[in-house]
Design a protein around this ligand. Sequence first.
Ligand SMILES: [Zn+2]
Length: 198
Amino acid sequence: MASQEIENLASALARLPGLGPRSARRAVLWLLKRRETALDQLLGAMAEVRDKLVECPVCGNIDTRAPCGICADPRRDVRAICVVEDVSDLWALDRAKLFTGKYHVLGGRLSALDGVRPEDLTIGALLERVEQGGVDEVVLAMNATLEGQTTAHYLAERLEDYPVRVTQLAHGLPVGGELDYLDEGTLAQALRARRPVG
Ligand SMILES: [Zn+2]
């Protein structure tokens, strides 16, 4: 039986996505055996991220600087904004390396069931970005869930008054699919075959 401190570490790790109690214990043991090479390094990296973590005031991405690396990157195309539900979707799409524009994180999806209304999401900030001009295309990259699609339709309606092309990911996406769980090839395909909303 391990000490309380070690138990605490194992149960904290077991809460991480993809790790159960068993793999958490293995990770703890692995770390304990490599105190200097791995444990200290992990602690240092975590402390640094914790201290520097900020939400990007422009797009809602989470990064260690504000504006985030994507917003600050001059090589990215400011004329296209890809709208996603969560930061995890932004990261998934960006891993696919096919979209060269900027992003906008809504902070969720419209949901009657969970009581999420348009004003609970960053829709106002998105419209402001579009209103400032210089944006040609808004790509709606909502998840292929009922709520995701409801959100996409609502956004398309709100964007009708602006001189922008509104597109959405191709419906090669599996129904109920969460972007975060798709492989990069599928994501890239959905992005490449994006089509106008309507
Ligand atoms: Zn940003």
